[in-house]
Design a protein around this ligand. Structure first.
Ligand code: MG
Length: 391
């Protein structure tokens, strides 16, 4: 063996090491603002936290999601460790999640890094079931019935198979009018979902969640319009209410939830008590790539649907796409889309190649290692607020 070849063997035999973690905080100014239907305060800025993990061979993994405040106390648990020890990292992150808030952007970055080291795409690492997945348009703005009907027709034109509309206007009758107008406009060309947004609130919003009777009355209206699923009809912890509601409604109206459920044991309760038909944890908010890969198996073993919430930025969306295409068999996945207030350009502002669907609503993932993302460093520099480097 010549020197070069033996050097190569020595390097592959040697374990890689994590040498550095960078966390940067960015804010994209939203002008005009985005009036998210689930938030009483219009959004004038779109914050993004970017996490990068470096190894000693020059690979860099990237992730995004929660702000990672408090991570300084725990960074030493990763520096110097083997980047490919994903199960160990997932267990440590689960503990950090208990003590200090959601650290899952780091898990996404570690998967991206591991994919780059192994030369494998994340959808392959997640199980390799498929490299493509269909998307549903997820609206985010409370529009008037005629405007929402127009928007729904654009969604049909674009090739989406389904559209999710938002309830939560001051008068329920106005929500019903929007649903009727949309169904009228699109007929059976779209599956329709309704997000009731009763599972959790923004810190400043104090309205009580719906009661069982209120949720059931809404469900009866959704049945009339052949709605595919009813999302978060009750508080996230109302297991009895969800199980009762599921039994009370037509089986054609699926009950969906779990987008901000944090712990594996809580998902196990939701499964054991038959609370939901559709499970929606987001890889950027709950359990990370490794945790959700396992949860997806449990959900599908119970005959339920696993299809994540993805309402973050393009990096989080990409992570959810890889995880779900690779590990699950979802009918479709959330694709935040409600232009002009919520455009692909805003959502994916840090990506050089924003994520879009083809003419039939499919997203095909590349074989490029990791998440296969190309980052727009110029826009990240222009939107930078603060940064921390560890290692
Ligand atoms: Mg939702």
């Amino acid at each position: 063996m010549d020197r070069e070849a033996s050097e190569a063997v020595r390097r592959t035999a040697q374990k890689a090491r994590i040498t550095r973690i960078d966390i940067t905080h960015h804010q994209l100014v939203l002008e005009p603002p985005f009036p998210a239907s689930w938030d009483s305060q219009p959004r004038r800025k779109f914050p993004a936290t970017i996490v990068r993990v470096h190894d000693d061979a020059g690979h860099v993994g990237i992730g995004s999601g929660d702000a990672m405040y408090g991570f300084a106390d725990y960074q030493h648990l990763f520096i110097g460790t083997d980047p490919l020890d994903l199960a160990r990292h997932s267990a440590v992150l689960d503990n950090i999640g208990f003590h200090a808030g959601r650290p899952w952007p780091l898990d996404i970055a570690l998967w991206d890094l591991a994919g780059k080291i192994r030369g494998e795409a994340c959808w392959q690492m997640a199980g390799g079931r498929s490299n493509r997945i269909r998307a549903y348009a997820s609206s985010g703005v409370h529009r008037r019935p005629d405007d929402m009907a127009r928007m729904a027709l654009q969604v049909v034109e674009r090739g989406f198979p389904a559209l999710k509309i938002r309830f939560g206007r001051p008068q329920l009758q106005d929500d019903f009018a929007v649903l009727a107008a949309v169904r009228d406009a699109v007929g059976d060309r779209l599956e329709l979902m309704v997000d009731c947004n009763q599972g959790w609130r923004m810190p400043w919003d104090t309205a009580a969640p719906w009661t069982f009777d209120e949720a059931l009355a809404v469900a009866r209206e959704l049945e009339k319009h052949n709605v595919y699923w009813m999302e978060e009809p009750l508080h996230r912890g109302d297991y009895d209410g969800m199980a009762r509601l599921r039994k009370a409604v037509s089986p054609a109206l699926r009950i969906a939830g779990g987008e901000m459920t944090r712990e594996r044991y809580e998902f196990d309760q939701l499964l054991a008590r038959d609370c939901l038909d559709v499970f929606q944890p987001d890889v950027a908010c709950s359990l990370g790539m490794e945790g959700l890969r396992k949860l997806a198996q449990a959900v599908e073993a119970h005959g339920k649907v696993f299809t994540p919430h993805t309402w973050g930025n393009g990096i989080g969306l990409a992570a959810n796409l890889h995880l779900t295409a690779g590990a699950a068999s979802a009918p479709f996945i959330e694709f935040p889309y409600d232009p002009p207030e919520w455009s692909i350009a805003r959502r994916d502002f840090m990506l050089k190649n924003p994520i879009d669907i083809d003419s039939e609503g499919w997203i095909t993932l590349s074989d490029a290692p990791g998440l296969g993302l190309s980052i727009d460093e110029d826009i990240l520099a222009a939107t930078l607020g603060s940064s921390s480097t560890y290692g």
